[in-house]
Design a protein around this ligand. Structure first.
Ligand code: SAM
Length: 269
């Protein structure tokens, strides 16, 4: 069934990653996965023509959306009146400070993020959300299936990499269901999947210096064929790697997340 609203007259913009969901069953599954509860502070990234927005509004009564495409702002606002209270933030989501958004909602408020993300920006959006993980209680995102596979991969898997370690260090990653290209208009070239991310409690993360941790993970996977001894030679020597309880001849793709945390924490400036 189509969810297209007559007020939306502009054709989809490729440059903004616009693939609009029209499959009612998938939309219902996303809303069910979000399962809004009274008092939740829901924020949708990239509402587009409102495929997820309006069903969420019907359930929850209020919602904040962040949309970059100026042509969508007026029709979204107009169409929302029939569904609930919609706050529209017309900005690039990468410029939105989620911590301030949460603080504005109350002293201990945390956001629940939802979004069928623009695929060209999915990794930067994920890293941006990680920067504000303490302000977020969970995220339900649609992404390329290949990215979801990488996010949830285990050490030793072919797709275990920087994204897996960075995401799993800060969040639990639960792939929920796959979505075929035909669920979107226009259809993307790749399969998609919906994933739930729940940030760990700050005290459970255990990373002393987030920048140093990110650097170690980046260096280790920058040369994933090399042993850690070689890949990390600019930041530490074999003795330092061994002192962290990690084998210098291991490769990044074999190393569990906890080992990366220990290794980064053990390095001196
Ligand atoms: N949620 C709608 C749906 O499911 O049909 C649209 C999803 S579409 C894949 C991605 C949406 O993100 C588009 O509406 C696009 O305009 C918006 N978008 C793209 N880049 C953005 C950015 N930097 N900040 C905020 N929104 C952006």
């Amino acid at each position: 069934m189509s969810t297209r609203h007559s007020a939306f007259s502009e054709p989809p913009k490729k440059s903004l990653g616009q693939h609009f969901l029209h499959d009612r069953g998938i939309i219902d599954n996303i809303v069910r996965a979000v399962n809004p509860q009274p008092g939740d502070r829901l924020v949708e990234i990239g509402p587009g023509q409102g495929a997820i927005t309006f069903p969420l509004l019907d359930k929850h009564g209020e919602l904040t959306v962040i949309e970059f495409d100026r042509d969508l702002i007026f029709p979204l606002t107009q169409a929302a009146h029939a569904h609930g209270t919609l706050e529209v933030i017309h900005r690039d989501v990468l410029q939105v400070d989620f911590s301030t958004l949460a603080a504005n909602a109350g002293p201990r408020a945390r956001l629940r993020l939802v979004g069928n993300l623009p695929y060209n920006l999915s990794t930067p959006i994920l890293f941006h959300a990680l920067d504000h993980a303490a302000a977020i209680s969970d995220m339900v995102f649609m992404l390329q299936k290949e990215v979801v596979d990488r996010m949830g991969a285990d050490p030793g898997s072919k797709v275990y990499g920087r994204l897996s370690v960075m995401l799993q260090a800060y969040c639990s990653v639960t792939p929920l269901f796959d979505v075929p290209p035909g669920a979107f208009r226009p259809p993307p070239k790749v399969d998609s999947a919906v994933v739930r991310l729940v940030p760990h409690a700050p005290e459970a993360i255990g990373i002393d210096d987030p920048e140093k941790f990110a650097q170690v993970v980046r260096d280790a996977f920058g040369q994933r064929r090399k042993t850690l001894r070689n890949a990390l030679s600019k930041v530490c020597d074999s003795a330092a790697i061994e002192a962290a309880g990690v084998r210098p001849d291991a490769r990044a793709e074999q190393l569990p997340v906890a080992d990366f945390v220990r290794l980064a924490n053990s390095l001196r400036d």
